[in-house]
Design a protein around this ligand. Structure first.
Ligand SMILES: Nc1ncnc2c1ncn2[C@@H]1O[C@H](COP(=O)(O)OP(=O)(O)OP(=O)(O)O)[C@@H](O)[C@H]1O
Ligand SMILES: [Mg+2]
Length: 463
């Protein structure tokens, strides 16, 4: 490439700690900042290349072949800026380990398309997937019928994660009894993944199942790995607290497969200050719009019509790969413009055959209390009758009294069960004392019946 300028720089020992891309471009007199690629090498060397235009702009389409796991347990998701392959590990045949993966990025950065690629790869590599698509199934709609389990509500996601943890435990006991020390694909169990897109919805503050979700994900990361049960999450967040606190992520980020798409600098700083991303500060930022020239225009100069079109989707850093500070990009997955129904290109990548594995029986993982709440809701035993927060009115805006009234079936509830419903209805956590005070006020107002010998809290019909 004749028209690429290259500069080799000496950096302080340990590499560049604070990298100011804009200042470097100004120094080089390059107006389109995305043409300049900075890469920290090992030791004291860094390379700066100035391209005629950003080298990741015209990446090719993803093919089904890219997404078949190779003998080393990897798939190819895309390419680095210099054309070398971007690989993602789904299995480590040397250790027998499933992986824990995390895909981070702001909204629209390309998380779900990347998840879609991983889902396709799993289906076509014989890997069983249990998927939670927490945007009501809208993030990766084509996964429907192409994964073993697909759930779309938070409560179902919890049941699914409980099922995965139970499967990991079952395998540990079985392998222990058999005297096998490591996992071998298909002997007898398949490699299995739990995949959660929009995991931030499950883990953010005030999310109804936050604590349990964080616990289950951590548990899977810890015990599932060595028995062939992995976990991959995709999330956006402005703060570590929105992901269940840094603890949930520590294990994942230390030893997992971590991909960072376009990401807010505040979040980046937090990950660095928490010790989760050692090299975060020397990453060249991924711009929203590639090719933009930040030049002042004179009044008779026209701006290009498309100059504010977002075009950097899929650009990323593979933080746990061999080149954590090199900019890379996923291949093009599916149609670039939205399609009215399922995306035919994505369906073609999945293929027509049935996905491997069997669905997790969600009901099997309901607790006795949840079963009871579900049956008192009228429809015994169905998962949808359980406390599914998304089917309820917006409890975060309701008063405690309103939530109590909404929670009570006509024949009443014991206090312990009322507490369980309030725990799971999606609203703020309320203390038992506050529930009691509210009940006594509601009794005074005649909206709840006077206490009787059954001890049940029974609403008084409104008319
Ligand atoms: N690898 C890709 N190939 C083709 N188009 C892509 C790719 N990644 C992203 N896009 C484009 O960007 C859009 C947003 O991508 P995607 O839905 O994956 O983002 P996201 O990070 O999941 O966003 P959100 O936070 O809204 O869920 C897609 O609809 C698509 O048009
Ligand atoms: Mg998405």
């Amino acid at each position: 490439m004749l028209d690429v300028r290259e500069y080799v720089l000496k950096t302080p020992p340990g590499g560049v700690k604070r990298y100011d891309h804009d200042a470097l471009c100004d120094l080089l007199k390059v107006e389109d900042y995305s043409r300049v690629i900075f890469e920290q090498g090992v030791g004291r060397e860094a390379i700066v290349r100035v391209y005629p235009s950003n080298p990741l702009m015209g990446v090719r389409d993803m093919t089904a072949d890219d997404l078949v796991m190779d003998a080393r347990g990897r798939i190819q998701l895309g390419t680095y800026f210099d054309g070398s392959p971007l690989r993602f590990r789904l299995f480590d045949p040397k250790t027998g380990n499933a992986q824990r993966g995390a895909v981070f990025g702001t909204t629209g950065a390309g998380k779900s398309r990347l998840v879609q690629a991983i889902l396709i790869a799993c289906k076509n590599s014989g890997i069983v997937v249990h998927l939670a698509d927490l945007k009501h199934g809208q993030s990766v709609p084509e996964a429907k019928g192409n994964v073993a389990t697909r759930v779309t509500t938070q409560y179902e996601a919890i049941l699914m994660l409980r099922g995965l943890v139970a499967e990991a435990e079952r395998r540990m006991i079985a392998y222990g009894e058999r005297g096998s020390s490591g996992f071998v694909i298909g002997a007898p169990d398949p490699l299995t993944y739990g995949i959660v897109d929009e995991a931030n919805r499950l883990l953010e503050k005030n999310a109804p199942f936050r604590e349990e979700a964080a616990l289950l994900i951590k548990e899977l990361g810890r015990t599932g790995r060595s028995v062939g049960v992995g976990i991959i999450i995709a999330a956006q967040a402005g703060h570590l607290d929105e992901l269940g606190g840094s603890d949930t992520l520590r294990g994942m980020l230390k030893e997992g497969e971590v991909i960072l798409l376009r990401w807010s600098s505040a979040m980046m700083q937090q990950l660095v200050s928490d010790g989760l991303l050692p090299r975060g500060e020397s990453l060249q930022p991924i711009p929203k719009v590639v090719g933009q020239v930040r030049k002042i225009r004179r009044f008779n100069e026209e701006r290009a019509d498309n100059e504010d079109d977002v075009n950097s989707q899929g650009m990323l850093y593979h933080l746990t790969g061999i080149r954590p500070t090199s900019m890379a990009r996923t291949f093009v997955v599916g149609s670039v413009a939205p399609t009215p129904g399922f995306d035919p290109l994505i369906l073609a990548l999945y293929g027509d055959h049935a996905p491997p594995g069997q669905a997790i029986d969600l009901e099997e993982h309901m607790s006795a209390k949840e079963r009871q709440v579900a049956s008192e809701g009228g429809q015994a035993g169905t998962v949808t009758a359980a406390p599914a927060p998304e089917s309820e009115p917006d409890t975060s805006r309701m008063s405690t009294a309103e939530r109590i009234l909404a929670a009570l079936p006509a024949d009443g509830l014991a206090e312990v069960d009322l507490m369980a419903v309030l725990e799971a209805d999606g609203g703020r956590r309320v203390a038992r004392g506050s529930v009691r005070t509210n009940i006594s006020t509601l009794r005074k107002k005649g909206q709840i019946a006077r206490p009787d010998s059954t001890g049940l809290i029974v609403p008084v019909p409104a008319d």
